[in-house]
Each structure stands twice: as structure tokens, then as C-alpha cells.
Design a protein around this ligand. Structure first.
Ligand SMILES: Cc1ncc(COP(=O)(O)O)c(C=O)c1O
Length: 459
């Protein structure tokens, strides 16, 4: 595999793996794949993934922040098995069942906001983002939605229309849903205005205020949709002041706040929901990914009156609120609480951030280390002063990590994505960080050939 590189891979890959990949390439639409490395999953437990060759990997990706409780947590597997033994699904649109009611009760209890709430289920984060847009428009009787440049909210037409991730996602499939306006996200590392916080006086927010004064009548705006910490853009954390002022603007003009917690929810950031870091109580909160530890499910939790404004069946999916997914989700919340996984996210997250910060002192290619809990981004740059993204180096680091037994991905072109399961042990965290440290050193020494860039593309 690495005949052109000046070292041996520690991971053994044979024809067995390549034949699976070749077969997939012949069968699947290319749109579903973000290529990283040839890893065909055979089994997974906790933070360890085993491929079909028998190689074992520490998982620093958690299936893209989905398995917060670790792979195949026994309590979640048991909950799924027990439900399978009773019935798989009966649509809650026509009849009633208890798992989805139990889950709704728990979601209302754990989500921020001391007000009466209601829940609506979906099948994916995207479907619930669509629901949030519909609910906001119905309730406010207004059309416009404000979203953020570089945001990612999913791939259904509604979710894509409020995503500002990149033109390649829209190219050839326009037009999008109308009445969406984009504003800059408060990205203090790569400020669009080349300013620094706090001397910038939040220029990015003043752009929004200006927009409401000059182009978009505020009485036409239903809601602003926001990732509390921008995820796929590379883990961008706004300053508290931004939220304080944004809330004031929304109050002044009666604009709803939709928090997309699909990636940040369920303990990922060291609080149950990232909004809690900023004292933010959104009118609508969108949940997905980790909600059911990998079973398909998403949800919206909103102020009761918002959901009273729409008619059935304006937001309905036959298998949403599936009994097995709901049982898995109830068990997921129980496991997060019983095993204090949110606390562990902070403990392991602090350790990982500190290790990266000391690497940052040593290597000019580490431009920034950002994160909360176990949602961490490490910005790989050509040098610290230019902050220019080093896409090739980022890809090579991830590739080398895979060769050493660590699943590490990247997004936003040049940001290492650190998102292990929340029950990662201290030993696993240390071992993974040793692999990352060695990989960065080897890439810096030029040991990893450019050839690998033909395979690893990233997000
Ligand atoms: C913040 C955010 N919102 C929405 C989505 C879409 O979720 P799904 O892929 O389940 O539709 C994602 C997925 O990555 C996400 O990160």
C-alpha cells in the first residue's frame, strides 16, 4: 500500500478490503461518499472499531458525532432487542405507542427552556431542520429565514437552502427554497473582516443589523437558524457577547431562534446541549445524530404555541418516531446520565485540548485549537501568521493516523475533527494523542508521500 512512502503501515490491508470497496464503487451513488481511507467496518465496541482484516482502530470520529455512548453500548443494545421482541414499528401518526411518548417526555425534560414544550420526530437531522423552518413560518406568518455563511444543516431541499457550506452543494441543483438570507458567523480565527475580537465591536453582528435596516424588513423574518457552535465549518465558537446581542435583536424584532444541535447535542460539548454554554434558550431546538446512538431518528423540541400553529399532516414521516429508535434514544439519555458521560467529555476533552496546545507550541502547522468537551477542531495551516489552510498536510496527518490505528477525519478542508465517543477512556485518549503526535511529526518530516492525496479527500 505504501510502497512510495518511506515507512511501513502498521495496518494490514489485503485484497479482501479492496474487493469490497470496488464492489461498492460499482453499486453506490458517488454523492454519498466523502473518501478517507480503505476501512471496511466489521464490528465496533466502545471506542474501538475493527475492520474486516482484523485491524483495530481507536475511533476519534464516532461515526460523525453519532455514537456518543460508544459503539454497541450493552444497555442500548438491550433496549433495542427488547423492543424488537415486542414490535418493530407502528406509525404514531395513526396509533399510539409508549416508546415515543417516553422519549418525548425525556427530551422536554433535558432540553433548555423553562416553558411548555412539544416534540415532533423526524428521520434525519435534515428532516427536522425542514420541520423547524415550516414551524417557524407557520407560527410567525412570515417567510424569511436568516442563516449563516459556512453553516451546515443537511441535504434535504429545505436544510440545504439554509446551509451556506459551499457552492458545490448547490451547483446544478438550484434553485433553492426562496427567502433565505445569509450573514457571517462570528468566526474570530478567520474573521471575514480581518478584525480581532473584541476591538472589532462585533462587525459581523452589525452586518445583520444593517441588513435588517436596509434590505430585509424585520417584520418579514420568521427565524434565525444557528448552530450554537458551527460544526462542519471547523468548530467555530462565538463569543458570549455575540449571543447576548443577538438575543436582544431577536427580541426587539420578534424573530424566533432555531438552534440546530444535531451535531452539538447529547453531551458532545461537555454540556447536554451546546446552547447551555451561552445561556441560550432557543424557541425551537433541532436534534439528531447522537439522539439514538446510531438508530435513525431526529426531533424538534419547540415552545408549545409554535407547534399549535400548524395543521396535520404538514410535518409527517411514516417511520419517524419508530419504536426501536425511540427505545434506543431513551436508553441513550439514561446512559449519558448514569455513566456521567458529559463529565467524561470534559475530562477527556481538556486532556486532548491541552495535548494539542503543547503541540501547537512545537509545530508552526497548528494554527488554532478550538473546542468544548469532545467537539474539538485543530486548524492546520501553512504557517501561523498567514493562517492559510494546509489541506494536503491535514489529509496526510489523517491518513498516517489511520495507518497507525486511529480513525481521525477532517472537515472545512483543513481542520482535524476530534469527536471520539464520550466514554473514551484516559488510556485510549493518551494512546490516540501519541499516534497524532507521531503522525504530525512524520508528516512534517516529509515521510508521507503526496500519493495518498489521491485517496483521501475529506470534507
Ligand atoms: C449541524 C447539523 N445539522 C444538520 C445535519 C444533517 O443531519 P442528517 O445528516 O442526519 O440529515 C448535520 C449533519 O451533519 C449537522 O451537522
Amino acid at each position: 500500500m505504501n510502497s512510495q512512502t518511506s515507512y511501513e503501515s502498521e495496518v494490514l490491508i489485503t485484497e479482501k478490503t479492496y474487493s469490497v470497496i470496488e464492489k461498492e464503487n460499482k453499486l453506490m451513488s458517488y454523492t454519498t461518499r466523502v473518501p478517507y481511507y480503505p476501512l471496511v467496518v466489521d464490528s465496533a465496541r466502545g471506542s474501538i472499531v475493527t475492520d474486516i482484516e482484523g485491524n483495530k482502530f481507536i475511533d476519534f470520529l464516532s461515526s460523525a458525532a453519532v455514537v456518543n455512548t460508544g459503539h454497541n453500548h450493552p444497555k442500548i443494545v438491550r433496549a433495542i432487542n427488547e423492543q424488537v421482541g415486542k414490535f418493530i414499528h407502528y406509525t404514531p401518526a395513526y396509533l399510539y405507542h409508549e416508546p415515543h411518548i417516553k422519549l418525548a417526555e425525556k427530551l422536554i425534560e433535558i432540553t433548555p427552556g423553562d416553558f411548555e414544550k412539544r416534540v415532533a420526530f423526524g428521520l434525519s437531522g435534515s428532516s427536522s431542520v425542514d420541520g423547524a423552518i415550516k414551524a417557524a413560518r407557520c407560527y410567525k406568518g412570515r417567510n424569511k429565514i436568516i442563516s449563516f455563511l459556512r453553516s451546515y444543516h443537511g441535504t434535504t431541499y429545505g436544510a440545504l437552502s439554509v446551509s451556506g457550506y459551499g457552492v458545490e452543494m448547490r451547483n446544478k441543483i438550484n434553485p433553492m427554497m426562496p427567502d433565505v438570507e445569509f450573514i457571517p458567523y462570528p468566526d474570530c480565527f478567520r474573521c471575514l473582516y480581518n478584525q480581532e475580537y473584541p476591538s472589532c465591536n462585533l462587525t459581523c453582528l452589525r452586518y445583520f443589523q444593517n441588513l435588517l435596516k436596509t434590505v430585509v424588513p424585520p417584520e418579514e423574518v420568521a427565524a434565525i437558524i444557528m448552530e450554537p457552535i458551527q460544526g462542519d465549518a471547523g468548530i467555530i465558537i462565538p463569543p458570549q457577547e455575540y449571543y447576548d446581542k443577538l438575543r436582544e435583536i431577536c427580541r426587539q424584532y420578534n424573530i424566533l431562534i432555531i438552534a440546530d444541535e444535531v451535531q452539538t447535542g447529547f453531551g458532545r460539548t461537555g454540556k447536554m446541549f451546546a446552547c447551555e454554554h451561552f445561556n441560550l434558550e432557543p424557541d425551537i431546538i433541532v436534534l439528531g445524530k447522537a439522539i439514538a446512538s446510531g438508530m435513525p431518528l431526529s426531533a424538534m423540541v419547540a415552545k408549545k404555541e409554535i407547534f399549535e400553529s400548524w395543521n396535520a399532516p404538514v410535518h409527517f414521516f411514516n417511520t419517524a418516531g419508530n419504536a426501536i429508535s425511540c427505545s434506543a434514544a431513551v436508553a441513550t439519555i439514561d446512559v449519558l446520565k448514569e455513566e456521567k458521560l458529559v463529565d467524561n467529555a470534559n475530562i477527556q476533552g481538556d486532556y486532548i485540548i491541552n495535548r494539542f496546545k503543547s503541540l501547537m507550541e512545537k509545530y508552526d502547522c497548528i494554527g488554532d485549537v478550538r473546542g468544548k468537551g469532545l467537539l474539538i477542531g485543530v486548524d492546520i495551516v501553512k504557517n501561523k501568521s498567514s493562517k492559510e489552510r494546509d489541506v494536503a498536510k491535514t489529509a496526510k496527518i489523517c491518513w498516517r493516523c489511520w495507518e497507525k490505528g486511529l480513525i481521525l477525519a477532517f472537515f472545512s478542508g483543513s481542520v482535524l475533527r476530534v469527536a471520539p465517543p464520550l466514554n473514551l477512556s484516559s488510556e485510549e485518549a493518551e494512546k490516540a494523542m501519541n499516534i497524532i503526535e507521531e503522525s504530525i511529526r512524520e508528516v512534517e518530516e516529509g515521510l508521507v508521500s503526496d500519493e495518498v492525496l489521491e485517496q483521501i479527500k475529506g470534507w
